[in-house]
Design a protein around this ligand. Sequence first.
Ligand code: ZN
Ligand code: ZN
Ligand code: ZN
Length: 319
Amino acid sequence: MTIIKNAIDSIQIGIEDHQANDDRRNISAVRNISAGILLLYKEKLCQLSPKDNKELLIKQNIRPVRTEDGTIQFEGKGHKTVDVQSIKDRFKSLNIGVDWSRFDNINRLRNDLEHYYTSESPDTVREIIAKSFLLIRDFLTEQLKLDPQEVLGNNAWSVLLSVTEIYMAEEKSCQISLEKVDWVYSTVTDSIKYMRCTNCHSSLIEAPDSDEYYTSIPLRCRSCNEDFTFDEVIEQCIDDSLGGEAIQSVMDGDHSPYDTCLSCDKETFIYTEGKCVACEFEMEHTSCEICGEGLRLEDQWNEGKCGYCQYKWEKVMAE
Ligand SMILES: [Zn+2]
Ligand SMILES: [Zn+2]
Ligand SMILES: [Zn+2]
């Protein structure tokens, strides 16, 4: 069986799982569709491999060897095939475009679903299917030059299309309702798209009453009808919105864009806002009174001096 055939089978079985209307098969639906996407990527790598070694590019380990006539060739070592990170690296060096942020988003949702799945999560399943559909459709068309409706078959195609249309329409109406709220800070506005229900993890959240102040704005999950307020999810929103940037900053030796607030203890103190976006706590000292360097929360105990100036000042005082 070829890889492309496996990929399409896997996606079709996933759709049958979803159509079974059996909660226990929803996880399996998501697993099969995700497996199908990875197989589509592997198919592309096989297509790009040399004619005499069609599986070269899906081997996790590739090494250069010198043949008897002295030319350098590459060969795959071992049986291990490429993992997600290697597929990303190879697509990048081979100039193959994939919307990786969408792919990562689906992966994160899938992991969450494996941990938190309840009978109240069908909208999360629909969300994953809808987002997967867009990846599958684009990759089949743009990279594999196939007609997605033809290769997926009419049944799978029409299910994918209708799940996606329903999800997108619901998402749109939630967006419109959330846009009516004044979120006050741009960091908060940017983080709203990461908002999830505290009960079922769905992203279909609306704000039935947009007049309240943003921290206490009432929210409702369209999937399970759970009611909650924004201050219950603000940390999660900020973390999902800035977490990646924070990790990158630390790796680059820079400071994280946010910190634990000294007043409310939430991870919502945002340096670019100069404030905690949950309780609006502000730093008393924003720059060093001696050298002018911008201060961090941990410098607040030094009464307006940065760590270095504080150290020097203490040294002078000790002499
Ligand atoms: Zn919910
Ligand atoms: Zn705070
Ligand atoms: Zn200083």
